[in-house]
Structure formats: structure tokens, C-alpha cells
Design a binder for this molecule. Structure first.
Ligand code: UD1
Ligand code: CA
Length: 460
């Protein structure tokens, strides 16, 4: 069969999305739709992948550059014209060309494999077909006793043809030479005035080539996304697929309808995901963790046996056996060791917290390193910003920071030091010292009674 290359058509305007973001960049479970298509193609052994994009498709190019190369379709004259632009980039390629729409994110490697399997030596093209419950919007397959005769687009179909439920899915496998021969013969005499790629099928047949179909039983895999509702439906389907994979690998998902994962999320065995858990980006969760309810974790790693409850974690790395939440906010640059405890209403940013650190309540830790086993009392604030620049706080091992302490950075607190509750600490504390930075308390005997009596007499 020779080499396999791929064309992903991604230059369409996507008008029906009503979006300023190009359609094929709309994410499904964290990955642009067109990137899903490219990944599926790769799984079937495709070598070069070319995305056909529109002029000014810089955003598309940037978002998809790790998945393939690019060909420009200067004007959006239809899917046939897009394919022509793509074939210019594959000018010297001999072999099989897989063509797929950039807006069909649910395709799998198996779909492409099924088409390749049907591409016997005397077949010029294989198109994947599906029987759609509701075929509205798809091109319908017209057959005779020798096979597919042509494809008629929804807008061009007669009422009778609209009743056909076997549809073109825009997934094709072509022999490069046959496709090259057919593309210049495309016309645009149709309801949309566009060059339809679907017309290649009848052109090939008229030239005496054999065209085969690869019927795909699970029509969902070939679903095209043209509007936001279809995007929602596709996202839901992808999410279920991912959750099922994770569950079957040994993870308990209490409520799949309220659990959200992106494609590259990994979760270790015997972890429990409670309702309303959202795991985004490249998040990796360890084994035997307890995550949720109401947790959102983005692009972060979480070690084994860690518990996270009702919290937000973003671009952070959390060690093993930590306890986070409820209501913790770990922002980018946090690096937590083993057995760290972050309790309610604690916010941390760019904070390196070594093993056994505890910040259990009402605290802000920003631009800070805290040594092992140090206790940060309730209401501790690192004042890392003076209105002009950020400053660091360095806290040693085994330090005890009393409640309601204000740490004015830049600042170093030495190992084993104690900071008295309610202190405002403005300069460094040596190791094993006790720092007291607050007004001394004075008790005035009998003053309370005298004060009350005075107030009472004023009222009378
Ligand atoms: C297309 C098929 C239809 C099929 C359906 C499956 C044609 C004419 N029709 O219709 O038979 O049932 O897909 O989902 O092919 N594109 C370009 N440049 C263009 C126009 C389109 O790159 O000038 C790309 C789009 O980005 C998209 C793909 O081609 O990825 C299909 O275009 P779209 O407008 O979505 O076609 P459909 O109406 O969905
Ligand atoms: Ca489409």
C-alpha cells in the first residue's frame, strides 16, 4: 500500500459556531478539535500530516504546530478546493492520502485503519460512511448496484434524497495519483457555488475507478461539529470515553456526570474521584488519592495518598500524603513536599513548602520557601509586595510562626525560631531566637468598671 500521509481540512470559516476563535481550535476535553483528528491519524501509522488552513490562520498554525505542517487555502472555496491546496503541499507524495475534516474530534485510529483495510489494489478511494439517526446537514450517499454513484449535499438534495440516512462523513482514503487526477475536474455548479470534495467520488467512478465504502457502525465517532450545541455533545461523548478508560484502569469515579477530565490527564489506581471534580491539562494524580468533591486541578501533579477537598490547584506540584482544603487556593509555582497540610482559606503562590509543613487556616504564602516541619499559624501573611516589587521570604526548618503574624519581605527566619503570635516582623530572625514584634500588653486595674460608669452617667 505504500506510505500514508494525512490532510486535515481546517480552513473553513466555521460561521455556525458564531465565534471569534477558529472552529477547529475549539477545545474538546482540553485539546483543539483538529489536534484530536491528527492524533487519531497518527495512531493508524500516518507519516506526514498537513493541515489546510485559511490565509491569516496564524492562530491555527500556532496552536497546531506540534501536530503537523500547514498548507494555505487562500480563499474558502469549498472542501474540494481545500483538498487541492493540501495536495500542493504533498506534490511529490505517492501512496495513500487520508483526508479528514478538522471538525470531527471523536474519530479514532480504528476509523482510519478501517478505511486503509478496504483500500485494495484496484480501489482508488474509500470513504467512511455512517448511518445517522438524524442525517440533517450531512451529504447523502447515492448508490447503484455497483456501489456509490455520488454524494449529494443537504442543500442540493431532493426531499426524497434527504430521506437517505447513509451519509458521507468527510473521512476518505485516496490513492494520491487518482486524487490528483480527479481534483482539477471539480466544478462548483451547486447550491453553495463551492468546490465540493464529495464530488471527487462521482468523478472517480466516471473515470472507471473503483470507490469503496468503510461503514462505521458507531456513527458517533464520525460526528462533525458545526455549532456550539454539537460541540457540547461531542465534548460529553469524549469525556465519557476518557472517564471510562480511567475507571477501567482502577479508579473509582463516584459520579461520571459531574466529573471532567482532559485528554492528557492521568489518575493512579485506587484513587477516588468525588462529584464535581475537574481535572484539566496535563494533570497527573497519584495512587490511592481522595479528590473532591468540588475540586479543580489544572496542569498539576499530585503524589500518592493525598487528599484534596473543595479546592483549586493550578500549576502546582503536591507531594505524597498531603491534606489540602477545604477552600485552599494553590496558585502557580507551588511545590509541596510530603505530608504537607494546607487548610481552609489558605492561598499560596510560588511557595516551596518542605515535608511536614502545616498552614492550617487563613493564610497567604507568596514567594516563600518554608523548611520542613515548620508550623504556620492561623492568619499568617507574607507581605511579598511593596507596591513596586515582589520580595522573598525564607523560613527555616522547625520554625513556629504564631497566629496572626505579618511577615514583611524580604525576610529570613532562621531554623528553630519562634515568632510570637500577633507579631509584625520587619527584620531577620536568627536561628532558635524568639521574635516578638508587637506592643506590650498593659492591664489597668478597675478601668473597665470606671469606663462603664462614666458612660452610664452620660446617658442619664
Ligand atoms: C461536509 C461534507 C458532507 C459531510 C460533512 C461531514 C462537503 C462538500 N460536504 O459538509 O458531505 O456529510 O462534511 O461532517 O465536503 N473546509 C476548508 N475549506 C473550505 C471549506 C471547508 O478547509 O473552503 C473544511 C472545514 O474546515 C471542515 C471541512 O472542510 O473541516 C468540511 O467543511 P464544512 O463546511 O464543515 O462541511 P459540511 O457542511 O460539514
Ligand atoms: Ca462539518
Amino acid at each position: 500500500m505504500g506510505e500514508v500521509a494525512g490532510l486535515i481540512l481546517a480552513a473553513g470559516k466555521g460561521t455556525r459556531m458564531k465565534s471569534s476563535l477558529p472552529k477547529v481550535l475549539h477545545p474538546v476535553c482540553g485539546l483543539p478539535m483538529a489536534a484530536h483528528v491528527a492524533r487519531a491519524m497518527r495512531q493508524s501509522g500516518t507519516g506526514r500530516i498537513v493541515f489546510v488552513i485559511g490565509a491569516g490562520g496564524e492562530l491555527v498554525r500556532e496552536a497546531l504546530c506540534e501536530y503537523g505542517e500547514f498548507a494555505i487555502q487562500p480563499e474558502q472555496l469549498g472542501s474540494g478546493d481545500a483538498c487541492r491546496a493540501g495536495m500542493d503541499a504533498l506534490a511529490d507524495f505517492e501512496g495513500v492520502v487520508l483526508v479528514a475534516p478538522g471538525d470531527a474530534p471523536l474519530a479514532t485510529g480504528a476509523v482510519f485503519q478501517a478505511m486503509l483495510d478496504r483500500l485494495e489494489s484496484d480501489v482508488a478511494a474509500v470513504l467512511a460512511t455512517a448511518n445517522m439517526e438524524d442525517p440533517t446537514g450531512y451529504g447523502r450517499i447515492l448508490r447503484d448496484d455497483k456501489g456509490v454513484v455520488r454524494i449529494v449535499e443537504e442543500v442540493d438534495a431532493s426531499p426524497e434524497e434527504k430521506g437517505i440516512r447513509e451519509v458521507c462523513t468527510s473521512f476518505y482514503a485516496f490513492r494520491a495519483d487518482a486524487l490528483r487526477e480527479a481534483l482539477p475536474k471539480l466544478g462548483c455548479d451547486n447550491a453553495k457555488g463551492e468546490y465540493y470534495l464529495t464530488d471527487v467520488v462521482s468523478i472517480l467512478r466516471e473515470s472507471g475507478y473503483r470507490v469503496e465504502t468503510a461503514p462505521i457502525r458507531d456513527s458517533e465517532l464520525l460526528m462533525g461539529v458545526n455549532d456550539r450545541w454539537q460541540l457540547a455533545i461531542a465534548s460529553e461523548a469524549m469525556r465519557r470515553r476518557l472517564l471510562k478508560e480511567i475507571a477501567l484502569s482502577g479508579v473509582t469515579i463516584e459520579d461520571p456526570t459531574s466529573t471532567y477530565v482532559d485528554v492528557d490527564v492521568r489518575v493512579g489506581a485506587d484513587t477516588v474521584l468525588h462529584p464535581c471534580t475537574v481535572l484539566r491539562g496535563r494533570t497527573v494524580i497519584g495512587e490511592r488519592c481522595d479528590i473532591g468533591p468540588a475540586v479543580r486541578i489544572e496542569n498539576s501533579t499530585v503524589g500518592d495518598e493525598t487528599t484534596i477537598l473543595m479546592s483549586h490547584v493550578n500549576e502546582a506540584s503536591i507531594g505524597r500524603t498531603c491534606r489540602i482544603g477545604p477552600f485552599a487556593n494553590l496558585r502557580p509555582g507551588c511545590k509541596l513536599g510530603e505530608g504537607v497540610k494546607i487548610g481552609n482559606f489558605v492561598e499560596a503562590k510560588n511557595a516551596e513548602l518542605d515535608d511536614g509543613v502545616s498552614a492550617a487556616h487563613l493564610t497567604y504564602l507568596g514567594d516563600v520557601h518554608v523548611g520542613p516541619s515548620t508550623n504556620i499559624g492561623a492568619g499568617t501573611i507574607t507581605c511579598n509586595y511593596d507596591g513596586f516589587a515582589k520580595h522573598r521570604t525564607e523560613i527555616g526548618a522547625g520554625v513556629f510562626v504564631g497566629s496572626n503574624t505579618t511577615l514583611i519581605a524580604p525576610l529570613t527566619i532562621g531554623e528553630g525560631a519562634i515568632v510570637a503570635a500577633g507579631s509584625v516582623i520587619t527584620h531577620d530572625v536568627p536561628p532558635n531566637a524568639m521574635a516578638v514584634g508587637r506592643a506590650r500588653q498593659e492591664n489597668k486595674e478597675g478601668y473597665a468598671e470606671r469606663w462603664r460608669n462614666k458612660k452610664q452617667s452620660e446617658r442619664e
